[in-house]
Design a protein around this ligand. Structure first.
Ligand code: HEM
Length: 749
């Protein structure tokens, strides 16, 4: 701080001078009626004076007779003098004002021409100390005032000092008169000044001024000066105590204490423990890992019935939190969002994403913000999606063509397998103008890679949670992850170098797909942050993993529900026939006119959210729902449980798209009892794309085919059991025989 530098840069010999003069004065009996012990020195001890050097506190500590101003100078004697020489009109701050405006007339033991009470021999610096004390109080007030709401203006207390000084220029308060105090520049001050509290000190200074002027005829100037100092000391100490007792100060103090305790992770401190969310009994070493089997979101939902909508659990030694009410979800994802913008990372995700160089697991910071800007303005925004519409239509035609071939031969299909081809091809063509299934080997690789990555990312790797297993690959996941990563990297290297060759050949930066946009950005020297090849690869991995499995599974669950609910299936087909007719294929532009189809997809996402839990990590201690949530807690918002909560939904387990008819409830993170795409800044950026693909694909599937469940098409119902994995797969694949309904409208490829 400039002030402290100023102090440090000036050698402080004034205290020494004062002590020397004082000894001389005592020798000559100038201070006969007072002993050192009678006076009340400024004993700051450990009492911090705020607003000082550290920006937090000025601490004047008496230590071995030396009074130290932290960050400032060290001076001997009672007052840690600063030696700061404030200048005003060419004279020192502590110098009594002279009539001539510059020079000072002094006489030994006499008064200056300005009628100052100070004898000429008396050092001016102690008054400088008072100035600093007063300034420290002001600064402390300002800082305390920050939480009350601050505004620009002139601090009222300073005005009062000025008034006081105006009343009696000869008293010590007059010496506070220097440029920075009496004519303060606009600075932070209280919005509303509370005289009850803040006005006390200045008024008491005014009292002091009056008292001094009244007494002045009976006591010596020296005595008067020391009395003044004593009174000022008392006033200052009283003021400091008052400040310490203000509700704001108390709150700040309490919060600081809590933060300290929380950072020590001392759960056993009763006071803290009672404010932590409830928790089931934990086993040593593994914590609650055993309670999360076999399917974590279901297990957490069951536990929430006993422990409530917010409870703590431990994965090994890692503290976690399960949240399953809309109100609390809102708190975590909106109200206190700033503390929950990071995602938990584990060894698998870090390794697969080239050391968190991706977008999905990137910590909230400049890189994530840059990528988010790119995603929203260039990669997945409405305009780019419109541009890529023909490509999606083309892929839908390929998908229908493939199903039609199976239908012609009465063959059963693995619905998820077919859907994965579609969603992989859509993402792959949008990203890099390549169909996954064109080259059989490569197609195989990408199509196999994505579910493998989803599966391995969803596994609980003990090495992540039990510290002494950190370097042991007991479950063999480490080896598998390395192999998957090698295959993915090889594939990406080939695709990127093909793109680069193509660009060099053409000699321009023509944009064909999202990879071209990313390569252009990576070559742009003016970008605030360089996008590396690893960033590009990791981002592509994100889009494949986040965008293909989730969309395919949503459509699969929705079709399974329609098969089990023939009435709803019939109603959906009727709506499509009515709106689109039987002579053409349903298109994306028809969706706004198909509310029942939209409702079916929403209902499927409510009961079968393919990202069943939103995962975040707390970056700082925070109080949510009345509970203390320490930093570095993994937060699991149980979207699956929210969608099935009887307090939020009538007949929650019933598949009933009608509940969304005429309802405003949406999937875009505004309704916290339905969060299939998350909410807030880290909400899914692929929501629009996912909804378009899901609605159109399900629409054309029921428009063009009837669906008979089972290998032979003879099952009336399908099971709805959930399997393992991070993206809510079915336990048993949906196998159906498609029977052509409107074969004539399926384009031949
Ligand atoms: C039905 C399909 C989908 C579902 C259910 C889904 C769901 C989600 C959810 C719940 C999140 C976490 C949100 C949060 O933390 O608040 C997420 C994040 C993400 N999703 Fe999706 N998603 C789907 C499709 C897509 C698609 C098609 C893409 C892109 C092509 C995509 C890309 C991403 C990315 C990149 C993130 C990470 C965002 C970030 O961390 O800032 N998702 N998704």
């Amino acid at each position: 701080m400039p002030e402290s530098r100023d102090r440090l840069s000036r050698p402080n010999d004034v205290a020494e001078a004062y002590a020397r003069r004082r000894r001389t004065a005592e020798r000559f009996g100038i201070l006969p009626d007072e002993s050192e012990s009678d006076r009340t020195p400024f004993r700051w001890g450990s009492t911090p004076l705020t607003g000082g050097v550290s920006g937090q506190q000025i601490g004047l500590t008496q230590f071995n007779g030396r009074t130290t101003i932290r960050g400032g100078v060290t001076g001997k004697g009672l007052f840690g003098t600063t030696g700061t020489a404030y200048r005003h009109g060419g004279r020192s701050q502590n110098t009594p004002p002279s009539h001539g405006g510059g020079g000072i007339r002094r006489g030994r033991g006499g008064r200056t021409a300005s009628q100052s009470v100070l004898p000429a021999w008396y050092p001016r610096t102690p008054l400088g100390d008072i100035t600093h004390i007063v300034r420290a109080i002001e600064r402390r007030r300002e800082r305390l005032g920050e939480s009350d709401g601050l505004t620009l203006g002139v601090p009222t207390p300073i005005r009062m000092y000025q008034d006081t000084a105006d009343q009696d220029p000869s008293h010590s308060g007059a010496h506070l008169e220097h440029e920075s105090l009496v004519t303060p520049k606009p600075k932070l001050a209280y919005k509303s000044f509370k005289p009850s509290n803040l006005g006390k000190a200045p008024l008491t200074f005014a009292d002091l001024a009056n008292r001094n002027s009244g007494d002045s005829e009976f006591i010596t100037p020296q005595k008067r000066l020391l009395n003044s100092i004593d009174i000022i000391e008392k006033v200052v100490m009283q003021e400091l105590n008052n400040l310490k007792r203000t509700p704001t100060a108390k709150k700040a103090e309490r919060e600081k204490r809590v933060r300290t305790l929380m950072s020590m992770r001392i759960d056993d401190w009763r006071g803290i423990k009672s404010r932590l969310p409830p928790s089931p009994y934990a086993l040593p070493i593994i914590g609650h890992l055993h309670l999360l089997a076999p399917i974590p979101h279901q297990a957490l939902h069951k536990l929430s019935i006993t422990y409530g909508p917010i409870f703590r659990f431990f994965l090994g030694s890692v503290p976690c939190l399960a949240v399953s009410s809309p109100e609390l979800a809102k708190d975590f994802l909106r109200t206190y969002e700033a503390s929950y913008l990071d995602r938990p990372r584990n060894a698998t995700t870090v390794y697969l994403t080239y050391g968190s160089k991706d977008f999905m697991f990137a910590p909230f910071g400049p890189y994530w913000k840059l990528m988010k800007k790119l995603v929203m303005s260039d990669l997945l925004n409405g305009k780019t999606l419109d541009l890529l519409l023909p490509l999606r239509q083309d892929e839908t035609n390929w998908f229908l063509h493939s199903l039609s071939q199976k239908a012609k031969h009465g063959k059963a299909v693995d619905v998820k397998g077919e859907l994965m081809k579609l969603t992989n091809n859509v993402i792959s063509r949008m990203l890099m103008s390549e169909r996954c299934s064109e080259d059989e080997n490569e197609a195989d690789d990408m199509r196999k890679l994505v579910p493998e990555i989803s599966e391995i990312t969803g596994k609980f790797n003990l090495a992540d949670y039990i510290w002494f297993l950190k370097n042991l690959d007991l479950q063999g996941y480490g080896k598998r992850v390395k192999e998957i990563h090698r295959r993915f990297d090889q594939l990406m290297e080939r695709i990127i170098s093909e793109h680069e060759d193509e660009r060099t050949k053409k000699g321009n930066n023509e944009v064909r797909d999202l990879l071209d946009i990313l390569l252009n950005i990576s070559e742009d020297e003016t970008m605030e942050m360089k996008l590396t090849k690893e960033n590009i690869k990791a981002f592509i991995l994100n889009l494949f993993v986040a965008g293909t499995d989730t969309s395919a599974l949503t459509i699969e669950w929705a079709l399974a529900e329609l098969i089990n609910h023939p009435r709803i299936m019939k109603k959906a087909v009727e709506e499509i026939d009515q709106v689109v007719g039987k002579n053409r294929l349903l298109e994306e532009s028809d969706i706004p006119n198909l509310p029942y189809l939209q409702a079916i997809v929403k209902e499927a996402l409510r009961l079968h959210p393919t990202a069943p839990m939103i995962l975040r990590t707390s970056t700082e201690d925070c109080t949510v729902g009345g509970y203390l949530i320490p930093a570095q807690t993994l937060v699991f918002v149980n979207v699956w449980a929210l969608g099935r909560d009887p307090q939020n939904w009538d007949d929650p387990l019933e598949f009933s798209p009608e509940r969304f008819e005429g309802s405003q409830v949406d999937v875009r993170g505004q309704h916290f009892h339905m969060l299939p795409f998350g909410s807030g800044r880290r909400m899914c950026p692929g929501t629009s794309l996912a909804m378009q693909v899901a609605q159109v694909t399900l629409g054309v599937m029921v428009q063009c085919f009837e669906w008979k469940a089972g290998e032979k098409g003879d099952m009336a119902q399908v099971d709805m059991e959930e399997g393992h994995g991070i993206t809510l797969p079915r336990a048993n694949p949906l196998i159906c025989v498609p029977v052509a309904r409107l074969d004539s409208i399926i384009p031949s490829m």
